[in-house]
Design a protein around this ligand. Structure first.
Ligand code: ATP
Length: 224
């Protein structure tokens, strides 16, 4: 067992004094899958942003491989994000002016260790989007755009992939294809995967399940 990231007693209170994440603890282990379910507004995205180095907590600590994520220089934080984290969002966040290949390869400019990266041809073959490499995102279906976003998140072979409602804009069938691809590919490279979703029973492979209830994270016993 190898712990990558630990959050200890993290809370987040916004300027309007609304406490959205309350005294939360979670550990992310190499190669494991975590699903955080919860109603809209329960604080899931805020928690994911804190774990992913994008939003500092009001109190508590986030440690990545023994180093504090938020006490380090902004530069180091960006380096950790670029080298070790990958992100998938509900609305894909692809750049319309760039081709599929250029979108996928964007994160490569932010990494210092290029020895671990996926080969773009190999990765896009696995995701069945290789024939789309020279297209612009606007010509792709929602499911295809999300495969491109997954390729962009995986290309650096990050140690942790954070996915915020990755299937929120997709139909039921496409959702299960996308979730299977995400979990199969992370398993292949032993990446940890943290998925936030409002959908119940999103995933059929072994995982640790949490439920976010009004800013508090509760473990849900899972038999999958
Ligand atoms: N920057 C901010 N300033 C003030 N309040 C915020 C800010 N960001 C989020 N919130 C509030 O925090 C609460 C939790 O938001 P969050 O997006 O984390 O929930 P969520 O569970 O991910 O919801 P959804 O599933 O709808 O995305 C909401 O009430 C939201 O309005």
């Amino acid at each position: 067992m190898s712990t990558l990231l630990t959050a200890k007693n993290i809370s987040k209170t916004f300027a309007n004094l609304h406490t959205v994440v309350k005294q939360t603890n979670i550990s992310i282990e190499k190669g494991k899958i975590y699903v955080i379910e919860g109603k809209s507004g329960s604080g899931k995205s805020t928690l994911l942003s804190i774990l992913g180095g994008m939003e500092s907590p009001t109190s508590g600590k986030v440690m990545f491989k023994g180093r504090s994520l938020y006490d380090s220089e902004e530069d180091n934080q960006a380096k950790i994000r670029g080298n070790s984290f990958g992100f998938v969002f509900q609305s894909f966040h692809l750049i319309p002016e760039l081709t599929v290949k250029e979108n996928i390869e964007l994160p490569l400019q932010f990494i210092t260790d290029k020895s671990r990266v996926w080969d773009v041809n190999d990765l896009t073959k696995k995701l069945e989007i290789k024939k789309l490499l020279h297209q612009k995102p606007a010509y792709l279906s929602g499911g295809e755009q999300q495969r491109v976003a997954i390729a962009r998140a995986l290309i650096t072979n990050p140690e942790i992939i954070f996915a915020d409602e990755p299937t929120g804009n997709l139909d039921h069938k496409t959702t299960s294809i996308i979730v299977d691809l995400l979990s199969d590919l992370s398993k292949e490279r032993q990446n940890a995967l943290v998925i936030v979703t409002h959908e119940r029973n999103l995933i059929n492979v072994p995982h640790t399940k949490y439920k976010m209830v009004d800013g508090q994270l509760k473990v849900v016993p899972s038999h999958v």
